[in-house]
Write a protein that binds this ligand. Structure first.
Ligand SMILES: [Zn+2]
Ligand SMILES: [Zn+2]
Length: 247
């Protein structure tokens, strides 16, 4: 087969890149030699799979063992302002490693990949998407955003919005205060920690809408519940949420 000069040039380019600027998988250290491989190798990427366990229809908690989705005890009892939340996987193994690389090592490209995974798996769940009029990322405080260079939730939300063809509203919910990370706090302290931390601008664009919040990790749900409360106060009709992983 004859190769065009363009193809030859690009394969020489790839060889030169491998010789002079070799890059290795951030997880298994394998040489990234396949076209399109960035940050982590294909084999590691292939290990990122949705959690096959049954889940709570409301809060998205994964159950142990087999069975079909149903409501967990807490959701049967409680009256959460967040109606429906779904995670792609449990916060463990490769999924956790990739989220940490994405967030703390600033490999923004991994967010694009994770966003596409969310769209490809949770994107088919009719009851999650039915009637959704806007996608909203959980905001970062501007100082933190500047430090990281991007808001991880915004990268994920933008990808989901693009793939589902739903409007992305990323200038409507914002964070007023930079509070200690939720992961450093006990469960009850997390609710207090986020109380009054978020606010809404241009609330008129949210009136009567069903909105879908997007974040990277769900720990106790305190952040999503507080965002949901604020969005509803501003006039949103219903708030649902998706996250990459559930701790
Ligand atoms: Zn690898
Ligand atoms: Zn539940």
């Amino acid at each position: 087969m004859r190769h065009s000069w363009r193809q030859r040039l690009s394969s020489w380019g790839k060889i030169a890149e491998l010789l002079f600027f070799p890059s290795f998988c951030e997880l298994c250290r394998a040489l990234l030699e396949n076209p399109g491989e960035r940050v982590i190798c294909r084999l590691c990427l292939a290990k990122i799979r949705p959690c096959p366990a049954p889940f709570c229809l409301a809060c998205g908690r994964f159950f142990e063992g087999a069975g079909s989705p149903h409501l967990c005890l807490e959701c049967l009892r409680g009256n959460s302002p967040l109606i429906k939340h779904r995670s792609f996987a449990r916060y463990e193994g490769v999924v956790k490693d990739v989220i940490l690389l994405f967030k703390y090592r600033s490999f923004e490209i991994l967010g694009t990949f994770l966003g596409d995974l969310l769209a490809g798996t949770l994107g088919h769940e009719e009851d999650l998407w039915e009637g959704v009029g806007a996608i909203i990322p959980v905001p970062l405080h501007p100082i933190k955003r500047k430090k990281r260079g991007f808001n991880q939730a915004q990268v994920l939300a933008a990808r989901l919005a693009r793939s589902k063809k739903i409007k992305l509203l990323d200038r409507h919910l914002f964070k007023l205060k930079d509070v200690p990370p939720q992961t450093t706090l006990e469960a009850e302290e997390r609710e207090k920690n986020v109380r009054g931390v978020f606010d809404v601008r241009r609330g008129q664009e949210l009136k009567g809408k069903t909105v879908l919040l997007v974040d990277d990790v769900y720990t106790t749900g305190a952040t999503l519940r507080e965002c949901s409360r604020v969005l509803k106060k501003a006039g949103a009709r219903e708030v649902r949420a998706v996250t990459v992983a559930r701790a």
